[in-house]
Ligand binder design. Structure first.
Ligand code: NAD
Length: 443
């Protein structure tokens, strides 16, 4: 264990970030008390089950429980009192385009109350994504008020933005590109740097506000890259050029790079859409109109509907047609459907009066809570495609790349494929007698 002073760490908020942080800190040798107000999550973790679908997490929970390195509870104050450092990892969603600080405020207040009865120095780490200025204006004053202690002497605060990618989250925690530590005094920053010292990563030390801004700028750039290539793909289709060839070639320019340069549907998930929206709103509130970021969101809003246009090019009216939607999660290897393109595409299909059958390897449970009886739920790909007039690929799960084409052709009513992720080779499926349309595909 790298820090000889900090042995026990509490983690408040057990979503993707909190769970991954908890199990990875336990793997590093710390004793971890993880906390959530959601009793179900706490019970699941203590039973050795993961509340989220994320590779390696179930095994790490079991290992940490067996080594007595992890316990989950619902009492934030107790967790803080019994630890030397606390990571705050609660959600920061947007409501009507603005960041909602309800969870962070209530968590922070509880952390402060936990500190009230504690004498030794305590480190508080804000890992949740918060708008620049919020830690100084909201988090620190709330802790000081509820603990009646002073930041800098009794406790320290750092901002440590999280960059993990869902579905690769554990690997990203273990091998970060860099660790950002924002603090307004060295004592807090040094303590957090020691906690992470075993990760042997490049550490960037900044003040608190800069660390907060780095997270938003990072996400804004990545989201812009995705909307950029989607816009290029839409132009490519109209002028008869394959967008994939263009993306591959420009990705080789080292100033551009190949990552996130694959034309497809919108960016979704729990971060990009809400963070760009929150940054736009924060910019407006200081008198700056960020027109580029507004356009990035606008391209993203419209992009899933391109798939409906492609389906209509093949089928004409969708009224009464059987459409099999393959993939519901916002990306493969997760069951997370937050802001997923399927949430735009499926209601649009229903609006067009199509009969919709959906299949996803992991997200069906979440989908049932959203679409209830409005769609049919298939238990596998072939089941979804029985009698279908059109296959619509919405998420690029591996299994959709290796479809048994001859068998599928026999199952479908009309062999039409609309590919939102460009995972099907158009020439191969055309040879098998399918009609194909794909985002950015020249036809
Ligand atoms: P989430 O919304 O999935 O989970 C948050 C958890 O916090 C929930 O389980 C909720 O019950 C709990 N919670 C709320 N109030 C609480 C309180 N007062 N005390 C204890 N628990 C409380 O969030 P997430 O996706 O893990 O994201 C957490 C933060 O990390 C957000 O700010 C997000 O923007 C940021 N982030 C997320 C990702 C990601 O991929 N999910 C990546 C980087 C950064």
């Amino acid at each position: 264990m790298p820090d000889d002073k900090i042995k026990t760490i509490s983690v408040v908020g057990l979503g993707h970030v909190g769970i991954v942080t908890s199990v990875c800190l336990a793997e590093m040798g710390y004793n971890v008390i993880c906390v959530d107000i959601d009793k179900n999550k706490v019970e699941l973790i203590n039973e050795g089950k993961s509340p989220i679908f994320e590779p390696e997490v179930p095994e790490l929970i079991t290992k940490a429980l067996n080594q007595n390195k992890l316990v989950a509870i619902t009492d934030v104050q107790r967790a803080v009192t019994n630890s030397e450092a606390t990571f705050i990892t609660v959600g920061t969603p947007t409501i009507k385009g603005k960041i909602d600080l309800k969870a962070i405020k209530s968590a922070t207040e509880m952390v402060g109350k936990g500190l009230a009865d504690k004498n030794p120095y305590h480190l508080v780490v804000v890992k949740s994504t918060v708008i620049p200025g919020m830690t100084e204006r909201v988090v620190i004053p709330l802790i000081e008020e509820s603990s009646r202690k002073s930041e800098g002497t009794d406790f320290g605060v750092c901002v440590n933005p999280e960059f993990l990618r869902e579905s690769d989250a554990v690997q990203d925690f273990r091998n970060p590109d860099r660790i950002i530590i924002g603090s307004n005094n060295d004592k807090a920053g040094d303590a957090l740097e020691r906690i992470f010292s075993d990760l042997n990563s490049l550490v960037i030390r900044t003040d608190i506000r800069t660390a907060e801004m780095i997270k938003y700028a990072n996400n804004a750039f990545l989201a812009t890259k995705i909307s950029f290539i989607n816009e290029i793909a839409n132009i490519c289709k109209e002028i008869g050029v394959d967008a994939n060839n263009v993306a591959e070639a420009i990705g080789l320019d080292f100033r551009i790079g190949p990552y996130l340069l694959r034309a497809g549907l919108s960016f979704g998930g729990s971060c990009f859409p809400k963070d760009i929206q929150a940054l736009i709103s924060a910019s407006n509130s200081v008198g700056y109109n960020p027109i580029l970021l507004t356009s990035v969101l606008e391209v993203n809003r419209k992009q899933p509907l391109k798939l409906i246009e492609l389906a209509k090019e093949l089928l004409g009216s969708l009224n009464g047609k059987n459409v099999a939607v393959l993939g519901l999660s916002f990306k493969p290897n997760t069951d997370d459907m937050r802001e997923a393109p399927s949430l735009t595409i499926i209601p649009a299909l229903i609006e067009e009066k199509a009969n919709v059958t959906v299949y996803d390897p992991e997200a069906i449970r979440n989908a049932k809570k959203i679409f209830r009886k409005k769609v049919k739920y298939a238990s596998n790909t072939l089941d979804a495609l029985k009698g279908a007039d059109c296959m619509m690929i919405v998420t690029e799960w591996d299994e959709f790349e290796k479809l048994p084409l001859a068998e599928i052709k026999g199952l479908m009513r009309t062999p039409f494929i609309v590919d939102g992720r460009r995972i099907i080779n158009p020439e191969t499926v055309k040879r098998e007698g399918f009609k194909y349309k794909g985002i950015g595909w020249k036809d």
